[in-house]
Design a protein around this ligand. Sequence first.
Ligand code: S3P
Length: 165
Amino acid sequence: MNLILIGFMGSGKSTLARSLSSLFHFHLVEMDELVYQKTKTSNMHEVFALGGEKLLREMELCIAQEYAGKTNQVISTGGGIVLDPTPLNIFKQAGARIIFLNAPFDLVAKRLEHDRSRPLFTHLAQAKKIYEDRLPLYLQAADEIINIENQSPYELALIIQVRSL
Ligand code: S3P
């Protein structure tokens, strides 16, 4: 069984993935880190400089193909994984559970206020437009939705564990 976390930048996928991996004793897979390994880069600005957003999306598809057949993983995806339905469909066909972290835009904007690591979150108005465009894609792809308010990652992990009983 694989748990796939989807959601906008700053929704807390990576932190929750760490809590889930210790709670479920699952391998932790951080897609952005795998993209860096595969492209021999060390951050997302370098990935974009090398091949633009197109390279990122190609790498995400490769990673889905490579990891969908493995089991007992919690996979933290990049926020744009929903732009092409193929990667998540590959995971779904292999029986994965797709969990959408539904965080309000104001919350992610606050969290990323001083964070310059994301090429697609540099201007607030542009980021808000991306958020609004993607919301229906996350909702459509999700098997379940977790509304993010001010719960700790551990509390969120417990909610997911209880729902899987
Ligand atoms: C992106 C989200 C980022 C990273 C890249 C693009 C996006 O991952 O993949 O900067 O398109 O939403 P996080 O969601 O982990 O920030």
